[in-house]
Ligand binder design. Sequence first.
Ligand SMILES: Cc1ncc(COP(=O)(O)O)c(C=O)c1O
Length: 413
Amino acid sequence: MGPVPRAGTIPPSCLHAVFRAAEERERATGRPVVKLHVGEPYFPPPREVALAVEHAVRDGRTAYTSAEGMTSLREALAVKLETENGHHTSAERVFVTPGSCQGLAALFQSLAGPGDELLMPELHWPIHLQQILLAGFRPVFYPLGPGYRPDVESLRAALTPRTRAVLVNSPANPTGAVLDAESMRGILELSRAHDLQIISDEAYEHFVYEGDHISFASLENGVPEDERRVFSTFSFSKSLAMTGYRLGYVVTPNAAAAHAMRVVQEASIIGPSTPVQYAGLIALKTQDAVRANARMVRANRDRALPALREAGLLAELPQGGWYAVIDVGSTGVDAETFAAGLLETHDVGVAPAAGFALRPVLSDDGRVLSADPSAEARTLVRLAFCGDPDELDTGVTRLLTHVRRLRSHGGSP
Ligand SMILES: Cc1ncc(COP(=O)(O)O)c(C=O)c1O
């Protein structure tokens, strides 16, 4: 047997293990687990979106579309990008993708060259890391400052002659951190000076709780197209709970970037699902639902999370997104032990942050030799606050009981 293929050396997402543990617990006890490890919203997609898929299928509007997606949807997205995000772009630069996840994977593939390094946050969505490694980039991690926000100096310090790209994710998974305009301008200047591409993941664009979402590419409006460097990815999954529809989109900065992306998409998907694209056209007209969903998640945050702050587990409420990262170090146990104990004694699932902080060591040809978590993540735990408000309350109450018990027993349950 030959060596393990490069993809086989990449660590699987840590979330699989958490899901499995919660499912096993439910099977073993017959009781439901409160799933604070899952980023699945409790609000449903709008009914008209479901009907749009049904009608497209019934009417036989199911043929392949181009690799970029339907012109009508891309034109509607260009209008949304202009009016909501302040991007001066056009339909030719927009790609409809099966979820923004596939859009991101395709983007990284369209950008990576041999030996190229990509800067990414030290705490990150595990899928970003997998995608970056699969594309052939070598990840370099930039440290995060207070509130888990990136700062320009830490990015500058992480630069090497091989750095080609920077990943930013605002609002961020797992931290809920939101980048401000000044930091974005700094990152853009740095990227211009060092000829870096910027990949801006804006899946949680509608979930910003202080101020407004700033879309990174809007900072490049005055720049001639072939000098632009910001790629953006967006999703229908979060704003409208269309998680299983698999619908997102990528905006490329110029014609050359769009050409490379088109090649990857032709080779990867032929084109996105046609009935789902019809759903996207209708979804763009449901802005009231988007606003209502954002209000609901914000209400969850404001009701359930202050108790975690008062208990000294959370420095500040997340400024955006669906997740918070708490530090359970004061309980005397590490995150894995904390999460296992919480599941075992209180039927609550949370995700230890180790899997959001892996530091792969690579061979020269990009194979992962080892991937241990950073020491800083040892006591960090991620929880989702986009779920049912009552379940969230129950989960947080039980979590606090667990914390008190551990603290009073010096780390043993
Ligand atoms: C930061 C981030 N980006 C992108 C995605 C992908 O979402 P989708 O592929 O459903 O659009 C997710 C999903 O959890 C995410 O957390």
